[in-house]
Design a protein around this ligand. Structure first.
Ligand code: GRF
Length: 196
């Protein structure tokens, strides 16, 4: 299998997307980004993708129900034939329409050590719970919210005096290290297995 094409889905600033792009540029991650798709036209990550000269498209989600949107997304993604679809701050819950179209091909990054603190505001949840260690998780997306099989995790110590901002920033540094490594692991495994 020599398809190492990545589709990136994002809704916001796109720092995880940029970290993946940089790992490819450095030669640490052997892959190509075949497209960056956002449901939000003004997403900073989409603008950066265009600046990098990547294929970048907005597929607006406003007013569409989950299944209808995901049907459009599946059709759009198929045009690009990605090996993996990397959710990088894509602020939508995927319906079974997406998950079943690309089984074991969709990766997500979450700013907590799953299965603790799934869903929104994971760093705030961690602080409210008083945990001493949190971190980030890269996992396969399944039909639940942040429930799929775990690929890689990185731990981050929660420090005395941390607030949501400081903890999020330290976790984000680890996210930027974790995501491309997890992608490399999955691509290499797919290759060893002789295809998708
Ligand atoms: C990250 O914290 C990621 O874990 C979560 O959404 C945030 C996206 O940040 N899923 P960015 O857009 O990649 O900077």
């Amino acid at each position: 299998m020599d398809n190492r094409r990545l589709a990136i889905l994002l809704s916001g600033r796109g720092s995880n997307f940029i970290a993946i792009h940089e790992a490819i540029q450095r030669g640490d991650l052997k892959a190509t980004i075949c497209c960056v798709i956002s449901n939000i036209g003004e997403a900073a990550g989409l603008r950066r993708a265009r600046e990098f000269g990547l294929k970048a498209e907005c597929l607006p989600s406003k007013g569409l129900d989950r299944e209808d949107y995901d049907g459009q997304l599946v059709a759009k993604l198929r045009e690009y034939d990605p090996a993996l679809i990397c959710l990088a701050g894509f602020m939508r819950i995927l319906s079974p329409v997406m998950i079943r179209a690309f089984p074991s091909r969709i990766l997500n990054i979450h700013p907590a050590l799953l299965p603790s603190f799934p869903g929104l505001h994971a760093q705030r949840q961690a602080l409210q719970h008083g945990v001493k260690v949190s971190g980030c998780t890269v996992h396969f997306a399944d039909e639940g919210v942040d429930t799929g099989p775990i690929i890689l995790q990185r731990a981050v110590e929660v420090l005395e005096g941390d607030d949501e901002g400081t903890l999020s920033a330290r976790i984000l540094e680890q996210e930027h290290q974790a995501y491309w490594r997890a992608i490399a692991l999955v691509l290499d495994t797919m290759q060893d297995n002789g295809g998708a």
